[in-house]
Ligand binder design. Structure first.
Ligand SMILES: [Zn+2]
Length: 338
């Protein structure tokens, strides 16, 4: 664009050549600056010690086929390898860290991370300022209220998550969890709660106490009513309970959702229907990007790609999902991302 008038001024070719050189150099340095990826905040990352015995490769969108079976037969495998290019599982903690932090830096990302504090500290060291630790409570057996409050007050943990009592058959509105939410409310800590999705056979194959009904987003209404200052986001966007999540967000103006997990496990058409419906219902400013990263480093690009390919979202809506909504929800300082 800038070069065009110079090319047209052929009167003094020698001068034009040097001007062109200069312009190319300027263009290249501008390009190098522009190559910095627009920032992405991933609000749902798990950091854990890699156990090679339990970390196999995985085909994204593996739940496109929920095979029939019989309780008297061996259970169907949770994850399938029925695709051309399965995502490779990391085999060691170091391999996982190098790959994940490499991607984080290349894509200009910031992670909200749950899991093993030792791993979280290592990641923080490798990517200063880009790892925000979260601490989850899914049952009063996990940690005492006092210890939980101390963990948050120490300043290391900035977020409460992943809270996932559903896997233990415990309703999120159970009074045994109430004091923990009171602590988060008092300390102004945002809370991420697992609601909904579980995969094929979660209740009768994987986690016997899991109940689909306990993923009902309406269970959050009591918690929100008891704690009016509590900031909650519903993880996995409460998939597949679209009507309930829309009603909940309509009734509770500060509730957000993340897209973690279900965007790489359920069939793509189904995911897009769900996301489209959320945006169509007016909640484009309350959807946050999340991977639900476990042991497959490439899952980050796979999940980001799904949002980038959503042709029903405008560029602005995608930026909201990838960045703006999380900055607002977590009260982050936007100038730090410039
Ligand atoms: Zn979850």
């Amino acid at each position: 664009m800038i070069i065009k008038p110079i090319l047209n001024s052929a009167a003094n070719p020698g001068k034009s050549f040097w001007l062109l050189q200069l312009l190319f150099l300027t263009a290249f340095s501008t390009l190098a600056q522009e190559q910095k990826h627009l920032p992405i905040i991933d609000v749902h990352v798990h950091a854990m010690k890699v156990n090679p015995a339990f970390s196999g490769d995985m085909c994204p969108w593996f739940l496109k086929n929920m095979p029939g079976g019989d309780p008297n037969q061996p259970p169907p495998s949770f994850i399938t390898l029925d695709c051309a290019d399965p995502l490779k599982a990391a085999k060691t903690d170091q391999e996982m860290q190098d790959a994940v932090i490499g991607t984080l830096k290349r894509l200009n990302m910031t992670f909200i991370v749950y899991g093993d504090p030792q791993i979280i500290r290592k990641w923080q060291k490798a990517a200063p300022g880009r790892i925000i630790p979260g601490i989850g409570v899914s049952s009063p057996k996990d940690i005492t209220v006092k210890a939980f409050q101390d963990s948050l007050s120490s300043g290391f943990y900035k977020v409460m998550g992943e809270v996932a009592p559903q896997y233990q058959g415990l309703p999120v509105n159970d009074m045994s969890l109430d004091e923990y939410f009171a602590v988060a409310e008092k300390l102004n800590i945002p809370v991420g709660i697992h609601m909904g999705t579980g995969g094929n056979g979660m209740a009768n194959i994987t986690s016997p106490k899991y109940r689909a009904s306990l993923g009902n987003p309406f269970l959050l209404e009591d918690v929100l009513a008891r704690h009016p200052k509590l900031k909650i986001w519903v993880m996995h966007a409460g998939y597949p309970m679209i009507n309930e999540i829309i009603a909940l967000m309509g009734a509770n103006a500060y509730v957000y959702v993340d897209l973690a997990g279900f965007i790489w496990s359920y069939p793509q058409e189904e995911i897009h229907d769900y996301l489209k419906r959320l945006v169509q219902a007016g909640f484009g400013k309350r959807i946050m990007y999340g991977t639900d990263l476990l042991v497959w480093p490439k899952l980050i690009e796979t999940s980001i790609g799904l949002i980038e390919n959503a042709n029903y979202l405008s560029a602005e809506q995608k930026r909201d999902i990838f960045f703006n909504n999380a900055v607002r929800f977590f009260r982050l300082d936007e100038s730090k991302f410039k």
